[in-house]
Design a protein around this ligand. Sequence first.
Ligand SMILES: Cc1cc2nc3c(=O)[nH]c(=O)nc-3n(C[C@H](O)[C@H](O)[C@H](O)COP(=O)(O)O)c2cc1C
Length: 193
Amino acid sequence: MAERLIIGMSGASGAPLTVELLRQLRERHPEVESHLVVTRSAGATLEAECDITLEQMKALASVWHDNDAIGASIASGSFKTLGMIVVPCSMKTVAGIVSGYSDNLLLRAADVCLKERRKLVLVARETPLSTVHLRNLYEASRLGAVILPPVPAYYRRPLTLEECTAYTVRRVLGQFDLDDDGYEWQGMSTHEE
Ligand SMILES: Cc1cc2nc3c(=O)[nH]c(=O)nc-3n(C[C@H](O)[C@H](O)[C@H](O)COP(=O)(O)O)c2cc1C
């Protein structure tokens, strides 16, 4: 059976992360079946932040689900998956996840991951973070989600935004042991000789 991974895209800034994640999955892990679900607001961020259309992005996924299709396969725990990545994850979607208010397919799929004890990674993005955001992120972490904000690793001296995006995506895929290209940090060089 194909390994399946759910990708939820919500309306926080960071649409290039979703595109890069889908591209990396396609190129490096064709064995993984990606199931994409996109919120309405994410359509707006995609338009603002990327040069590809929603139709082109959908084509990068193995399966695309309408966010209103609450009866889709990924809405059921009996549909086995490796888990879910919400990338980028808005503060509204975090609130929906921690409250169990699953009024769209993305939220329902995340709810299913929590109830089935499957991995749920939230690439949560907002700045600055309010007390409400921090409380909800803390609660999501307590519930078992991994909070993985898209923050650059300055120690790698990235020169472009694309490098920062690719780095975050590798870290996200690493949560599912899908970062198999020697991307590990080997430690700082020491000067002991
Ligand atoms: C260009 C743009 C950037 C946004 N950036 C963020 C963000 O970084 N974080 C966030 O929580 N919301 C952000 N928002 C607001 C969300 O899109 C809004 O709260 C929306 O209701 C989220 O809905 P969703 O979680 O169903 O996608 C942004 C909106 C736009 C139009």
